[in-house]
Design a protein around this ligand. Structure first.
Ligand code: ATP
Ligand code: MG
Length: 560
């Protein structure tokens, strides 16, 4: 029901506990104040009329009903100031305008009909705060008073007309005000609903912002947002830790210093990551070193990305710093280790090759022994080339010579023959005669050795390995199939990742580094070819190498 009671309900949104606590006091005062205002308006109007009457027509005071009306109005108004309205219900409050209607009726009885205009006050009051039935009740009360007054005095046409005019005028005013008040209340409710909706949205946005902030702070990557003036508009915990910054708004000077390389030159102020990000420079994984406040070196990869301007924030650059110190250190350690091992291998290898040379110089060796020794010598020389390239820090220079893949494959099959025999494997070669390709025979031999080595290594005793090298159209196709342990579908995807070894290989206890396939594929790609691997767990694996065939005409070009 609209009116005072409803006002209270609307002022107390169910989802605002803190406001609910304060609200009763606010509501009491505003409701009581409103009642006082209305009643005081009536009292002031009556007082003003009384003073006017006293000055202009004091004989009016001889009418007891006038005096009674004035006295009652003043008494009721005084009492209204003392009544605890907040404890009373809405109908009880309606008693005040109802009494005012009576007191005004008394004042107007047998006097000037103009005094009936004072009913505008209680009628407006009822129309503003109550619904139509209440207004009608008030108008009925007025009608009752007017009719009684007319009956008590005399029923004249003039008197009857004025009763009707007064009633119609009051009804018109009342209904107009009721309608306007209803619309105002509806509009107010709408505004309040929109306000609460807005409040809820605001709270949701605040919560989302908090969650985003928590996420921003929880990541290991150091993140900072820099605007075009170089002002840091936000930095996560990782960034503050790295640069030992307490106050984000004032990041300079920081105890951490950026260097171009490890123990290299400090970056000048205009080249620091913040300065570059502030200028809106975009870069990806730019490596630099940071010497932090605790004297530790960090290898960092910096990436920037632009974030467009929003109504609350100008255009900013997001600076992301990934700490890659562990990976860099591991890489360096591995490289040192590789160099050391290569170095240590060189001397025994020189001795092996030297002694094989000595043996091959002898005339009393049987032919098959010479073949075996030649295979060992070739393998040793290839190893020497590899070791030299590792120690130089350079990849073996790829050649572009005409290579007969038939010879490369046959030599590899020969080399694995003893191992296959020991493992009781059948190796079936099927090699076409003309299999020329352009490239580096040494590198291609590495590929064949890796693939054939895997087939032999991962095929249990009694299994079969088939090596097929064929000319198919414009390409030379080498297929190595085995009936070995195979690879699960999930692991196949990862076979070309460095150091990855399939579950089957690890479980079988067969040693390996997980690098052979990566290197092989790289070499095949360098030769413009491709390498494919398919496998069925427990049934075997097929590895196919596709290379471009070289014809006689091409061969002449290569030779030139
Ligand atoms: P190495 O670097 O010494 O060759 P590796 O043989 O373990 O070690 P890769 O040759 O790169 O490494 O092979 C990667 C993985 O792929 C192997 O560990 C193995 O799990 C799987 N794999 C490769 N070839 C075969 C095959 N013929 N049969 C079964 N598994 C294979
Ligand atoms: Mg291998």
């Amino acid at each position: 029901m609209p009116g005072y009671a409803d006002d209270r309900a609307r002022e107390l949104p169910s989802d605002a506990p803190s406001r609910r606590h304060d609200a009763p006091h606010r509501w009491i005062s505003s409701r009581t104040r409103s009642i006082w205002h209305w009643q005081l308006a009536v009292a002031v109007a009556v007082s003003a009329i009384t003073v006017t009457v006293a000055l202009l027509s004091p004989e009016t005071f001889t009418r007891p009903t006038f005096n009674a009306g004035v006295t009652l109005t003043i008494a009721v108004s005084a009492a209204a100031l003392a009544v605890p309205w907040h404890r009373l219900s809405k109908p009880a409050v309606a008693l005040l305008p109802a009494i005012d209607i009576i007191t005004i009726g008394l004042m107007a009885h047998q006097g000037s009909e103009l005094l009936t205009l004072l009913w505008v006050f209680p009628v407006t009051w009822l129309a503003t705060h109550y619904t139509l039935p209440w207004l009608i009740a008030g108008l009925c009360e007025i009608a009752g008073i007017l009719v009684t007054g007319t009956l008590v005095t005399a029923v004249t046409p003039d008197r009857t007309l004025s009763v009707i005019v007064v009633l119609l005028a009051l009804a018109f005013i009342g209904i107009t005000i009721t309608t306007t008040a209803r619309r105002t209340r509806a509009f107010r409710r709408l505004l309040e609903r929109q306000f609460h909706q807005l409040e809820r949205t605001l709270r949701r946005v605040e919560a989302q912002e908090k969650r985003a902030m928590a996420l921003f702070n929880s990541v290991d990557t150091a993140l900072a947002r820099v605007d075009r003036r170089g002002v840091v508009r936000g930095a996560n915990h990782a960034y503050r830790r790295l640069y030992a910054i307490g106050d984000v708004a004032n990041p300079h000077p920081t105890a951490a210093v950026e260097y171009d390389t490890y123990r290299g030159n400090p970056l000048p102020p205009q080249r620091t990551m913040l300065a570059r990000a502030g200028r809106g420079e975009l870069f990806d994984d730019h490596r630099f070193w940071l010497f932090d406040a605790e004297g530790m070196w960090h290898a960092l990869d910096a990436t920037t990305s632009a974030s467009p301007a929003t109504p609350d924030e100008p255009e900013v650059t997001l600076l992301a710093l990934r700490d890659v110190t562990a990976a860099v250190t591991a890489e360096q350690e591995k490289s040192t280790m590789t160099t050391m091992v290569s170095h240590e291998l060189r001397n025994p290898l020189t001795a092996i090759i030297g002694h094989i040379d000595l043996l091959l110089d002898r005339d009393d060796l049987p032919a098959d022994a010479i073949d075996n020794l030649t295979v060992v010598e070739n393998a040793g020389q290839r190893m020497q080339r590899l070791i030299t390239s590792v120690l130089d820090g350079s990849a073996p220079t790829p050649l572009a010579e005409r290579v007969d893949l038939r010879r490369v494959v046959a030599a590899s099959v020969d080399a694995f023959h003893p191992v296959a025999q020991t493992a009781q494997l059948t190796v079936e070669p099927a090699i076409d005669p003309d299999l020329h390709v352009s490239g580096d025979a040494f590198r291609l031999r590495q590929v064949v050795d890796n693939i054939l080595g895997n087939a032999v290594k991962y095929t249990p005793r009694g299994g079969q390995v088939r090596v097929e090298a064929r000319r198919v159209g414009r390409e030379v196709r080498l297929t190595v199939s085995d009936t070995g342990i195979g690879i699960s579908p999930a692991d196949i995807e990862r076979v070309f990742e460095p150091y990855f070894r399939a579950e089957t290989a690890r479980a079988s206890g067969i040693p390996g580094t997980g690098l052979g396939m990566v290197i092989s594929r790289e070499i095949v790609h360098e030769h413009g070819g491709r390498l494919e691997l398919t496998s069925a767990l427990g049934h075997g694996t097929d590895v196919v190498v596709h290379l471009t065939a070289v014809d006689a005409a091409d061969a002449e070009r290569i030779a030139e």
